[in-house]
Write a protein that binds this ligand. Structure first.
Ligand SMILES: [Fe+2]
Ligand SMILES: [Fe+2]
Length: 271
């Protein structure tokens, strides 16, 4: 489908407004990120953050693969597939992004093999559940809004703040390559998914679906950052107090390994 110049201008104007709205969302400029320079975080804080963030990194391609199945035409599939090929390691020496992230986790103090046995804050689990729900139950454009604008547009802004904090905490550039690599790659991913989006944005109801997807994702993201903040506070409290009873227990919190054992996401024939 070819757009007229006027249609293309209108679509791009909507997308530009959406970019502004996303940039100002509390999920992107959350206080834990925004205060990285004035309220520096320690390596220990980043160890906690790394453990909570890894499940998001490790599940992202699954949402994208599910969305690809629902894409209405080959053009949209092509843009999604381009992003996926990068996520599988095309521009990171063959190492997929979740594997790459583990290097950062080890630098932050997690032992190899223990990346998926960390008790997860309920908001971390909520984030993943919500994105599987969006990718499988919502219309395709809601999913594209969540993964395109909701993820690929917002990640460079969030990661720029995180990188400033990581450098202040003393991490070496080699240790934080996962983060710095995304400052660049996600500019491309965001641009590619914008190309997948543009032709749908001439229709008002489509625009609403895309925006709804982006906001659903960012709402979950804001809650995720609150969960990380809570985890950092509770883990620091435990670290600094002598062993004893604490209200900050992790009983009942699932690990990524448990989630993977319990959850089954399937694509199946419904007649
Ligand atoms: Fe990635
Ligand atoms: Fe990306």
């Amino acid at each position: 489908m070819t757009l007229t110049i006027e249609q293309e201008q209108q679509a791009r104007a909507f997308l530009a407004d959406l970019r502004k709205e996303i940039k100002n969302h509390a999920g992107v400029g959350h206080s834990i990120l925004g205060r990285m320079k004035t309220d520096p975080r320690t390596r220990f804080d980043f160890k906690v953050l790394a453990g909570q963030h890894f499940p998001l990194v490790g599940n992202f391609t699954r949402y994208m693969e599910l969305l690809l199945l629902n894409a209405p035409d080959s053009e949209a599939k092509c843009w999604l597939a381009k992003v996926l090929v990068d996520e599988y390691g095309e521009r990171s020496e063959g190492e997929d992004h979740a594997e790459h992230y583990k290097k950062f986790m080890h630098a932050a103090g997690h032992k190899p093999g223990e990346e998926d046995i960390i008790p997860l804050h309920p908001e971390v689990v909520h984030f993943i559940r919500e994105h599987y729900r969006i990718a499988t139950e919502e219309p395709f454009l809601v999913g594209l809004g969540a993964l395109g604008p909701g993820h690929e547009w917002s990640i460079p802004a969030m990661f720029e703040l995180a990188v400033a904090g990581l450098r202040k905490a003393g991490f070496a550039e080699k240790e934080i390559e996962y983060w710095t690599m995304h400052l660049e790659q996600d500019q491309d991913h965001g641009a590619w998914l914008e190309e997948a989006l543009v032709k749908y944005c001439i229709d008002e109801s489509n625009r609403e679906l895309i925006r709804r997807g982006a906001l659903l994702s960012l709402d979950a993201r804001e809650r995720f950052w609150w969960g990380v903040t809570d985890k950092i506070a509770s883990e620091s409290t435990k670290k600094h107090l002598p062993p004893g009873t604490s209200a900050t227990h992790t009983e009942g919190q699932l690990t990524l390994r448990e989630l993977r054992q319990r959850w089954h996401v399937e694509a199946r024939l419904v007649e």
